[in-house]
Unconditional design. Structure first.
Lengths: 555, 326
């Protein structure tokens, strides 16, 4: 298929400045109306909402001393506080609108319509070149040629289907998330597929990273400040995403919320942002939009090696509740390490698979190539009816949350099915399985800490276990329950050799290494990390993750 | 809903008829569909205010609520048929107490055969005869959609019904399904002329089994202490219970299962439920002593006497948060 040659221009319309302005205005009045209505129906008074915002923002500003806009923010909230003290109901409404505007400016502020436009029109150069263009100058001088990893990114799955849905409505792409490289890879994959950039919410912290902030702008990112705990901020954010969808801009939401710390596939998803799909659809129906439909398309990203594996698993293994929601100082923030990682990918011919799954409507029904929804028996469904109350499309937060939960289940299933498993995962699963079987009385955390009774394992035992797993995985792949990567085409011996080579190539300490006819699990945490990718397939008699850890990994 | 919602009932058995009668009295627009023509004739004669169309399509089209009042073994087919005409705005209620093969619960079955999302299940000590006599009844409706509960409230406004609501669809269904199995055991204990205490102990075991299985499947344990759990075990004649009791009694007197089943009117869901529950429990590595005992009698692996006495000799572990420490 020649996706490269068929860039879609119909919807490649860049976010025009007037769209930006209109979205901001509409957002302000929509949020204000919603809150006023809530007050009238016995909900919190506007003054309480504003006091809440003040409280949360003051607290954030006190704690987050590094915030770039600290002074300006403090000044803004001083003003709000002063005016709130003697506010009438009308002033309260005005104040609420001002706070909404304040948040919107930050959310939309980094979105540069001009860059979005230029990226959309002029095709971006190869990924390697893009990386070169943004690498700090010093790095480029020292290492004149950054490897081109174009060849390493394999795009597969329902690409034509995605094109169809993109033409027929607005797409929300929901990828798995293990690395900060994901957004770059997804952006690049969209380009290769001949689709215009999708817009997406990126963490504020990423904008201060020189390497990525360039991409953020190019992908059409808006800003999400995950340090802001104010519920009103979250509503503004959701409304912003809703409005971009209504305006026909395809979006990317990472439904895991944050990078998977454990390395496992996200099974419990953050559904808040995803729920905007239903809201946007209802608004579209109400105003009679010509293409009202919203489609949700999962994309599974699979890496043989993960750039930030060590930091992520360390964070995961911190005592439950002490791990960090936002990590700013990981491998990703070190350009040299990103460079090294990229080089390794190329030299080992390590593939990154982007697998596009079939789409769903915002109610969890599968959709066909004509954008029609189907019930489980294959009958066409009139989706507008899901939104009806007294025959009118309406938004109902409780109802829509349930619809979104159904979508979440479908997404998780797609992730499991389209996960591309590689040698690094299978060998880790085999090694960890053997370690557990030999130390039945140690729980996972103790096993990780002490290593258990044996310092190493006989290679023959590892081969046998890998063999068993390969057989099971091949049977699963036949039933389309998982996908096997190219590194699993050989026999058990080859798979183990390949995995050991890859472990050694990039990480500070390899997950496992060979010593004579023994295999030493040298970094047990990494073993856990890579084996976790195969959690949820029932390949081992006991799950490695405790309930607490599973919960943690998908907060 | 501003006006009285329009209701369609699928199934013309005792439950369907009772509901038709109550709603007819409330002048709620209601239509009932039954598969068998002779049953439709009976419905037309018995319920003059109620529409009884020959085609399912005519019965459900334009309905706000659709209720399944069919036995568990007919639910899949009925749901598939209804799925042809179902629309996403409709609310579907299920009064079925029982499971499909593989312990598939009614709401899962409806979900698999239709486009419907807004599903509610009914539970609690619902008694078709009391319903028909116009006595006050107590009903549990469980749904994850608040809209479903609101609609049921609107539907029964003015009827002698006390409604409790729950979000635990799974728990209410498991409680209702296992209650039938417990009724088979209670019937056996009567047939064996065991003491009233023994009967109570068996029912309590049934409840403990239901809770164990339900919680393993994701239900809320509180449900089993409520109206849908213990609440429907105390009265003796809740909906499906009497025919289950009767079958249990007959088995205890030495009748074969086919002969006992042919002696009662209506489908005895507890039979299939017991088997499916045992299979499911094996996969989940759960012990369900009472359900297993009933299943072994139904399979002719044990006599009622042996099976029940084994259960009566077991201790009943108290589980849950309030567990006393030794």
């Amino acid at each position: 298929m020649d996706w490269e040659s068929r860039v879609s221009y119909r919807k490649a319309a860049p976010m025009r400045a007037e769209d930006q302005a209109r979205i901001k205005d509409e957002l302000e009045s929509r949020v204000a109306q919603a809150y006023t209505r809530r007050t009238e129906q016995g909900g919190p008074r506007l003054s309480e909402v504003l006091e809440d915002s003040l409280y949360h923002e003051r607290r954030r500003l006190k704690e987050d001393r590094g915030s770039p806009k600290r002074e300006a923010d403090n000044h803004f909230w001083d003003q709000v506080q002063a005016e709130l003290r003697r506010a009438s109901e009308t002033t309260e409404r005005t104040l609420l609108r001002r706070v909404a505007r304040h948040y919107t400016e930050e959310i939309a502020g980094n979105f540069n319509p001009r860059v979005y436009q230029s990226v959309t029109r002029a095709l971006p150069p190869a990924l390697g070149l893009l990386l070169n263009a943004v690498s700090p100058l010093k790095l480029v001088r020292k290492l004149p040629e950054l490897p081109s990893i174009d060849e390493q990114v394999v795009i597969q799955g329902e690409v034509e289907h995605l094109h169809r849905l993109h033409d027929l409505g607005t797409v929300i792409m929901v990828p798995t998330h293990v690395s900060n490289l994901d957004s770059i890879i997804i952006g690049y994959a969209l380009y290769r597929m001949g689709l215009p950039p999708f817009i997406y919410g990126a963490g504020l912290n990423l904008f201060s990273n020189p390497l990525i902030s360039f991409f953020m702008h190019n992908l059409g990112a808006y800003t999400v400040d995950r340090k802001k705990q104010d519920p009103f901020y979250k509503d503004v954010l959701k409304e912003y995403a809703t409005l971009t969808l209504e305006s026909g801009y395809d979006n990317i939401f990472f439904p895991g919320g944050t990078r998977s710390r454990s390395g496992s596939i996200e099974m419990r998803l953050k559904l808040g942002l995803l729920g905007t799909g239903v809201s946007a659809y209802v608004h579209n129906l109400r105003r009679g939009a010509p293409q009202p439909k919203i489609y949700i398309v999962p994309a599974t990203l699979s890496y043989q090696l993960v750039l930030e594996a060590e930091t992520l698993i360390d964070d995961f293994l911190k005592e439950v509740g002490k791990s960090r929601y936002i990590i700013e100082d990981d491998e990703f923030s070190r350009p040299r390490q990103v460079f090294e990682f990229m080089s390794k990918l190329v030299s080992l011919d390590s593939k990154i698979h982007v697998t596009v799954s079939r789409g769903f409507d915002p109610f969890g029904n599968p959709v066909d190539d004509d954008g029609q929804s189907h019930d489980p028996c294959g009958r066409v469904v009139d989706t507008a009816r899901y939104t009806w109350r007294n025959k009118e499309p309406v938004i109902d937060a409780d109802r829509d949350a349930e619809y979104t939960r159904e979508v979440g289940e479908q997404i998780s299933q797609s992730f499991l099915k389209d996960n591309v498993v590689e040698c690094t995962h299978v060998v880790a699963l085999a090694v960890f399985g053997l370690m557990r079987a030999r130390n039945p009385r140690l729980d996972v955390l103790r096993l990780l800490r002490t290593g258990g009774s044996d310092e190493d394992l006989e290679l023959t035992a590892v081969y046998r276990e890998v063999e068993r797993l390969l057989n099971e995985l091949r049977a699963k792949a036949q039933r389309s329950e998982i996908r096997l990567g190219p590194s699993l085409s050989g026999d058990a011996t080859e798979v183990v050799t390949d995995a050991l080579a890859r472990y050694t190539s990039y990480h500070n300490r390899p997950a496992a290494q060979r010593r004579g006819d023994r295999l030493v699990p040298s970094d047990r945490n990494l073993i856990l990390y890579y084996q976790n990718r195969l959690e949820g397939y029932g390949l081992q008699p006991f799950p490695a993750l405790t309930k607490d850890h599973r919960a943690l990994s998908s907060r | 809903m501003a006006t009285r919602p329009k209701m369609a009932v699928i199934g013309g058995g005792p439950m369907g008829r009772a509901i038709g009668r109550i709603l007819g009295k409330l002048s709620t627009p209601v239509s009932i569909w039954a598969r068998r023509p002779e049953l439709r004739e009976r419905l037309r004669a018995e319920l003059p205010g109620v529409e009884v169309p020959a085609e399912l399509k005519a019965a459900v089209e334009g309905a706000d609520l659709v209720m399944f009042a069919v036995p568990a073994n007919e639910l899949e087919l009925a749901a598939k048929h209804y799925g042809e005409f179902a629309t996403g705005d409709q609310i579907v209620l299920s009064a079925t107490r029982g499971v499909g093969p593989g312990f598939v619960l009614p709401h899962e079955l409806i979900r698999k055969q239709t486009c419907i999302r807004k599903i509610g299940v009914l539970g609690g000590p619902l008694h078709a005869r009391e319903l028909a006599l116009g006595r006050q009844i107590n009903l549990v409706v469980a749904s994850r959609f608040p809209e479903v509960i609101e609609s049921v409230r609107a539907l029964i406004a003015g009827a002698p019904v006390a409604l409790s609501s729950s979000r635990d669809v799974l728990g209410v269904e498991v409680a209702g399904a296992i209650a039938n199995v417990a009724s088979l055991a209670a019937g056996m204990s009567e047939g064996l002329e065991l003491s009233d205490t023994a009967r109570g102990v068996l029912l309590t075991h049934g409840l403990a089994d239901a809770k164990r299985l339900g919680v393993a499947l994701g239900a809320d344990e509180v449900t089993f202490a409520g109206l849908a759990g213990v609440g429907e075990l105390i009265p003796r004649n809740v909906t499906s219970m009497d025919r289950h009791l009767e079958v249990g009694r007959r088995l205890a007197k030495g009748e074969t299962l086919p002969s006992a089943l042919s002696a009662v009117e209506g489908h005895v869901e507890g039979v299939a439920t017991a088997k499916a529950a045992v299979e499911r429990a094996t996969v989940l590595r759960l012990k369900l002593p009472l359900v297993a005992a009933v299943a072994s009698v139904l399979d002719q692996q044990a006599s009622p006497k042996e099976a029940l006495e084994a259960v009566l000799h077991l201790g009943l572990e108290l589980e849950g948060r309030g567990r006393a420490r030794a």
